[in-house]
Design a protein around this ligand. Sequence first.
Ligand code: EPZ
Length: 421
Amino acid sequence: MDYLKIQGIDKLSGSVKISGAKNAALPLLASTILAKNDVNITNLPNVVDIRTLLKLLGILGSTYNHNDTKLTINTVNMNETKANYDIVKTMRASILVLGPILARHGHCEVSLPGGCAIGQRPVDLHLKALEAMGAKIEIKAGYIEATAPNGLNGATIVFDKITVTGTENIVMAAALAKGTTTIINAAKEPEVVQLCEVIRDAGVKIQGIGTNTIIIEGTNQELLEFKPFEIIPDRIEAGTYLCAGAITNSELTITNANAKHLDSVLAKFNEMGFETKVNNTNITIYPTSHIKPVNLITTEYPGFPTDMQAQFMAVATMANGVSVIDEKLFENRFMHVSELVRMGANISLNGTVATITGTANELIGTDVMATDLRASSAMVLAALVAKEETRVHRIYHLDRGYNNLEEKLRNLGAKIIRDKE
Ligand code: EPZ
């Protein structure tokens, strides 16, 4: 297995180009199941999760031509409707094929995605919503067996909790349903917005895009004519590199970003004393005389994103004072805490609240383990400022969502190499 060797450094400098958003690309790839034509996609992130979903779409009978960030995919002859455990177990977001396959073919079998390091990750809200649209759902031997022989019917769906992929699954299912679907308490993440815009541009009437109430007029199983589209920039990758600038207290610019998707994150950098400047699609973070502590509560968009919690915790270890982070979305998203403590960080946990006493101790490099995608990037950030060498193991987690992370950091001055165990 690969691991990263990282030497602590003083400063980073330069600029880094942000890739397309993994969490926008995944539902958009699944939505091509609704298409009757070739779908041309650009700015696709070159990460493992994208390749995994493309492999699944290929197994289901799609044909595609994938060249780095460009993709042409055709699902017209897709005839398979079963997403097997061996693929779903490697990527929970495979659940995103359930809505479109069921809406198009009237039946679908998807392996129940297991939990993951950050939590149990149930899909009960996805299933309850599809049942409200007329689907019959059974769980058999770890598989979701969904049938709707006459197609799905529009319905009013009220999500008990705001769910990103739950909203995405239902938007895709509703696009081909008979009649109108109203989704109440819908997710408003930029990734959900782009999915709605692409489906709208494919001819489906959608109102309330970007709000918590979305109304979709289904086509009654008439497939859609997709227009070409470009994946939006990855706001979490952007926030992660800005954290690299913050933790090393450097001036650093990210390009090809969308600052509108980062309001809550930029506000927190400012609270910590870092000035940030936005110039079109570039964002620059500047060093500060001293890093102030920060209080974070993770919540749904446009609040502070849970996917940036681990990275900010790493930055908080460098702050002059005590920071408090309350992780409200996932019940186990503090796996990075014990790894940071092994490097000398002073962090205590009480339920969903982490208290970080910054600069109490210097971070010292050692062997640490990546446990989930965003925790992995937090370990890399901490390693940038730790004394001596840090070795980050199990970085397959990192490769799922970050394209060429070590190369991008090396170009900013980091001393980081990938090696084999
Ligand atoms: C999406 O996961 C993202 N993944 C996650 O990013 C992100 O952390 C999460 O949204 C929250 O923003 C993708 O978009 C592929 P949820 P998702 O359904 O949709 C509960 C990353 O790092 N819930 O919004 O799975 C759930 O347990 C990943 O890229 C139910 O109870 O998250 C959680 O507490 C990690 N029942 C809350 O809702 C359900 O049926 C929010 O989960 C569904 C969700």
